[in-house]
Ligand binder design. Sequence first.
Ligand SMILES: CC(C)NC(=O)[C@H]1CCC[C@H]1Nc1nc(Nc2ccc(C(=O)N(C)C3CCN(C)CC3)cc2)ncc1C(F)(F)F
Length: 280
Amino acid sequence: SSTSGPNPTREWSLHSFDMGRPLGKGKFGRVYMVRTKAEPKYILALKTLYKSELIAEDIQRQTRREIEIQQNLRHPNILRLYGYFHDEKRIFLMLEFAGKGEMYKQLSKVGRFSERRSARYIDQMTNALIYLHSKHVIHRDIKPENLLLGLNGELKMGDFGWSVHAPGMRRKTLCGTLDYLPPEMVEGKEHDERVDYWALGVLTYEFVVGSAPFEAQGTKATYGRIRSVDLKFPATISAEAKDLITRLLQYDPKKRLPLTQVLNHPWVVKYRPRRDVVEA
Ligand SMILES: CC(C)NC(=O)[C@H]1CCC[C@H]1Nc1nc(Nc2ccc(C(=O)N(C)C3CCN(C)CC3)cc2)ncc1C(F)(F)F
């Protein structure tokens, strides 16, 4: 909610915090668990970005946009950015601490998630995307590596480096995995928020199968499989899961299942926790 968390307007500096353990390495620097010195003591994640690296990668504007976007978002499934400050070398982002860490590490540890667990994550992801799109923000970089888990196992979208205000036209070459790119981005066409519908389909597939649907050896082969929507399912996947994934992985963006209808899809509804009964 907008009240909890440190005061975003206060002047912050490194001296405001007791440093905790390192949580790992982000794209452009380390992430530390920290606690505010002043009462009320808040536990946060402090993400450092080296200015020299942002300049080297020519992504200062993209980083500024990421900070502006994430700072104005308030949603239970979107990691909160409370504020930021800088010294001569680094920018420090004061981010919400996600108690259960990185989604991709959980996924690679267990191989694949149960359909119940996957459906609950997709339900939360869909709600976060509906909220994002209501603010005309498209994420454009949905993948397990960008997701975190809260203390109660709730999904938290953690990275907005590639989000833009729709409609977007990618200027920078994409780095990292191509597996989540929709055909229209592979073909360098104009794109809108429906690129996130496609990526939601890829994410659903990766949760229940344990690998991405269009994986192939090399960029060209992956592009080929994406453009031809070369979708194959292992026999273990339920008919409902296959139905939802197929309705999202449509070549034509206009044919992709709208997010509000994802929330009503039988596979998502079936596994949605019911409030009136307490789970054992
Ligand atoms: C979305 C984005 C792309 N990803 C990131 O930024 C990554 C880059 C490095 C860490 C993470 N960033 C964050 N991580 C947390 N929580 C967290 C992380 C790791 C563990 C964990 O498993 N260990 C410490 C384990 C404990 C056990 N030992 C064995 C291994 C490490 C536990 C809690 N909260 C907020 C953030 C954030 F985002 F605000 F910075």
